[in-house]
Design a protein around this ligand. Structure first.
Ligand SMILES: C[S@@+](CC[C@H](N)C(=O)[O-])C[C@H]1O[C@@H](n2cnc3c(N)ncnc32)[C@H](O)[C@@H]1O
Length: 437
């Protein structure tokens, strides 16, 4: 395919996402099925452009004065890919599958500056979230939002149950030459973000992945799991285990020497954990399936650490799922807040005297983070917040640079707010609370 036809395809995909409310993956798959002549390079190019159009939707809409998929894709070509009006026009020439030539109004739109736009445009966020972003980031709100509208790298966690970081890195680099050791975490590997036109690195099809040496896991998620460091023989309840991403990290950190209990209210999510545990060589995880009353009652007031990876809006992962940014509505946020109150309340009863409750979200919104902790601490004076960076340092996994960068993310309650702008990770909130003896 020529580039003009690819641009037309990206417009179709963005249309399916916005107008027919399809997830990006589904829209791309359907487009691919209906256009079998397109090769994998074409699909990667189209996907890269459609995702960037969604990431930069607010500024594209601002300059183009409309929100149609065509306007958003033209906007992304200019704002995200840095193409000039002439370069875009040249793409459309001599290609019968290209979109219609640009109108005078479209050309003028692309030339319009965004510097003086309102905050939600500069931050590339829905307008109703301006206040939350200002509360979270103050003067840095635009900068933080903008970093959440960039492409994300692929991070791998080295599974110390099967190998060590040097061996794992050599095996990964043999297949993915851009991979390098993380600057922040000793057992992490980073594959930097690729050109948006290129295929994503196939991290989950390399031999090191098949052998269970590495897991695909955002660095922020890895750092959040480290906050549960207990020393090797601890008892940890992963209360919102889902498909087990954090469970695997917790088990690896404990060297198969402790006991991790994995539970989730939704057994359909939890069942994905079995093959993952096997591949990673994990032996110290008990999956507790079933209703909470039966599955967990014997653990009440017995856990050294209860890890709550709470249901949330996922605002910290907008780099990877930009369509979810525009789908988020205030009623969904309020629903998540209710669930967060419920999980904190229920999970806290499993913490033993002197044990810890670790609250994590992949969100940057204070309503889901600091506010939830403030409310919880008011209702539960037996819990006291402790320094999350110190808890993470105890794992011994942070590099010197990691200690500096992660330590700089500390806010109220000794909690950490990691973000793409601050730590180059997804947005994660981590708060550690200790229960009085
Ligand atoms: C952020 S996800 C967990 C992701 C998982 N820890 C991982 O690392 O892959 C949040 C999980 O909380 C679960 N959840 C939602 N509401 C809950 C509730 N009231 N009690 C317990 N779990 C709940 C969801 O089923 C979901 O799997």
């Amino acid at each position: 395919m020529k580039d003009g036809g690819r641009v037309a395809a990206a417009i179709e995909v963005v249309d399916a996402v916005l107008d027919r409310h399809q997830p990006v993956k589904t829209a791309l798959r359907d487009w691919g099925k209906a256009h079998r002549f397109a090769g994998s390079k074409d699909r990667a190019w189209i996907s890269g452009l459609a995702l960037d159009a969604l990431r930069r939707r607010a500024s594209a809409r601002f300059v183009m004065s409309e929100d149609a998929p065509r306007a958003l894709v033209l906007g992304a070509l200019h704002l995200a890919w840095g193409l000039s009006v002439d370069e875009i026009e040249a793409m459309f020439a001599d290609d019968e599958h290209a979109p219609e030539p640009m109108s005078a109004a479209e050309r003028a739109g692309l030339a319009r500056p965004v510097e003086n736009a309102p905050l939600h445009v500069l931050a590339e966020i829905p307008d109703w979230l301006e206040q939350s972003f200002s509360r979270a980031f103050g003067e840095d709100a635009a900068l933080e939002g903008r970093a959440m509208a960039a492409r994300a790298p692929v991070d791998l966690r080295v599974n110390r149950l099967k190998t060590d970081p040097d061996k794992a890195l050599a095996a990964v680099v043999a297949k993915l030459k851009d991979a390098r050791a993380s600057e922040l975490v000793k057992s992490a590997i980073r594959i930097p973000e690729t050109d948006p036109r290129a295929k994503a690195p196939p991290a989950d099809s390399i031999p090191a992945y098949g052998k269970g040496w590495v897991e695909v896991q955002d660095l922020g998620s890895q750092i959040a799991a480290l906050a549960a460091a207990t020393g090797e023989a601890g008892q940890v309840l992963d209360y919102c285990a889902g498909a087990g991403g954090k469970t695997l990290a917790l088990a690896a950190m404990m060297g198969n020497a402790g006991q991790v209990y994995a539970w989730d209210r939704d057994w359909r999510r939890l069942r994905a954990i079995w093959p993952r545990l096997k591949r990673a060589g994990v032996r110290d995880v008990q999956v507790r399936d079933g209703a909470e009353a039966e599955a967990l009652s014997d653990l009440e007031r017995k856990m050294d650490v209860v890890f709550v990876d709470a249901p949330c809006t996922g605002s910290g992962t907008w780099r990877r799922r930009p369509d979810s940014k525009w789908r988020l509505k205030s009623d969904a946020l309020y629903k998540r807040i209710k669930e967060q109150q419920e999980v904190l309340e229920n999970a806290s009863k499993y913490v033993k005297a002197g044990g810890r409750l670790v609250y994590v979200t992949c969100s940057v919104l204070p309503e889901e983070n600091e506010d939830r902790i403030t409310d919880f601490l008011q209702l539960h004076p037996e819990f006291e917040p402790v320094s999350a960076i110190e808890a993470i340092q105890a794992s011994g996994e942070l590099t010197d640079e990691g200690e500096i960068q992660v330590g700089a993310c500390e806010g109220r309650h000794g909690a950490l707010q990691l973000t793409p702008a601050r730590t180059g990770t997804d947005g994660f909130y981590v708060c550690v609370m200790e229960k009085g003896g």
